[in-house]
Design a protein around this ligand. Structure first.
Ligand code: GDP
Length: 297
């Protein structure tokens, strides 16, 4: 289960704090030492950990807390609030263009779950927001990607725009948007090509597509299981391309949690959705507060 180690350790140190009628500065320090270790073990970026611990300490050793009737509870509340803040605070929703269609570019490395998430997002938009999305097969390099999206389209009864793998992704994207306008689709979700690593060719191509389609949303799909690597990928994509949100996939696995906690703080880009399984309905809007409560128990 995701966050298992982190949750166990944090809940352990919280338990010690919970019953305390009186909290000394020393108690807060001790608790934060444990919290710090727990976060580092969960693969949270060390700068993020440092700032988090210092923010909590600053608030927790304030007179108000130490003098309050339930100081233990107060400290726990601060940890919860700061953890929520770290993960973005308010839930960050997917964009809607003033004038349809809303154009969403899905980007990311191969294997992160981009194509799967394209289908999931289309289904989410139809089911939860009553929208009519058009999925676009613009990953012409991974041999099976187009087929995979077409199969998903059939399963979900969702239209897929494809021109095969001999037309440039830019041209595919351009024609897809024209088609969406013609057929009154209110979302266009473009499944772009991934690579094994961030490289110049990929970024150049994504940049070109971005120029042509002026996306309302560029969603980076990253695999939560890869921990700080996912955060580095997010930073790279953000610096080079500019992203508007992150989809963190495979949160149903036993990820330690570092990516979920660090992405927003490192890249200043919110996590908008979490992938919770392989099936098309396994996509959830990312709620920082619920996630924090889940981690803290
Ligand atoms: P792409 O190369 O980025 O397009 O990756 P795919 O969409 O083909 O996904 C790669 C693998 O990850 C597939 O086996 C998916 O079923 C799997 N996958 C994607 N998202 C999730 C998720 O949220 N949870 C789990 N458990 N598997 C996922």
């Amino acid at each position: 289960m995701a966050f298992e180690g982190l949750a166990e350790r944090l809940q352990g140190s919280i338990k010690k704090m919970r019953g305390k009628g009186k909290v000394a500065e020393q108690d807060v320090k001790e608790m934060m030492r444990e919290v710090r270790l727990a976060l580092l073990e969960a693969d949270v970026n060390f700068k993020v950990v440092k700032k988090f611990v210092s923010d909590v300490k600053e608030r927790a050793v304030g007179q108000d807390i130490l003098d309050s009737l339930t100081p233990g509870q107060q400290v726990i509340k601060i940890v919860n609030e700061e953890l929520t803040k770290l993960m973005g605070g308010e839930q960050s929703k997917i964009a809607t263009a003033q004038k349809p269609p809303t154009v969403v570019m899905m980007v990311g490395l191969q294997g992160a779950g981009k194509t799967t998430t394209t289908g999931k997002l289309a289904l989410h938009l139809r089911k939860k927001h009553n929208r009519s999305p058009l999925m676009v097969a613009a990953d012409i390099y991974r041999p099976a990607a187009i087929k995979q999206l077409e199969t998903l389209g059939k399963q979900l009864d969702m239209p897929v725009f494809s021109l095969g793998d001999q037309v440039s992704p830019v041209e595919i994207a351009k024609q897809a948007i024209a088609k969406a306008k013609e057929e009154h689709h209110d979302y266009v979700i473009i499944d772009t090509a991934g690579r094994l690593h961030v490289d110049e060719n990929l970024m150049g191509e994504l940049d070109e597509i971005k120029e042509v389609v002026s996306p309302d949303e560029i969603l980076l799909v990253v695999d939560a299981m890869t921990g700080q690597d996912a955060v580095n990928v997010a930073q790279n994509f953000n610096e080079r391309l500019g992203i508007t949100g992150v989809v963190l996939t495979k949160l149903d696995g036993d990820t330690r949690g570092g990516a979920a906690i660090s992405v927003k703080a490192v890249t200043n880009t919110p996590i908008k959705f979490a992938g919770m399984g392989e099936k098309s309905d396994a996509l959830e809007p990312f709620h920082p507060e619920r996630m924090a409560s889940r981690i803290l128990g």
